[in-house]
Design a protein. Structure first.
Length: 117
């Protein structure tokens, strides 16, 4: 389902990194480039961060290499899958360490038109 420009949840492409971002974004959350510099545009602070998870994986000093995939799945209130994306993949060898962080930031969509059902 696509959302029309000017409504809450409308998206656009970042001109710098081509990530799909919210139309209302002042700074791209992927590449951190500024998208607008006008006086009315300032980086929004999240109204809340209802989910934040961090973790670290350490490969033992010996053993076969490990491979990993980071998969992000978003579901609606009925459990229907809205999006599934492989965010990253990689390998870890003896002694390697990787840290992962996930945050869901919620912003108020001030001035946006409500979605029609």
């Amino acid at each position: 389902m696509s959302t029309r420009p000017g409504t809450a949840g409308a998206t656009r492409e970042c001109p710098h990194c081509k990530a799909k971002i919210l139309e209302s974004a002042v700074i791209c959350p992927a590449c951190k480039h500024y998208l607008r510099y006008d006086s009315a545009a300032h980086p929004a602070k999240p109204a809340q961060v209802p989910l934040q998870v961090e973790g670290t994986i350490r490969h033992p000093a010996n053993g076969d290499p490990w491979e990993y995939s980071i998969v992000l799945v978003i579901r609606d209130e009925r459990g229907n899958e809205i999006a599934r994306q492989v965010v990253g993949v990689g390998a870890m060898h003896a002694g390697d360490e990787r840290s992962f962080s996930l945050a869901v930031e919620v912003f108020e969509a001030k001035g946006a038109k409500p979605r029609k059902h």
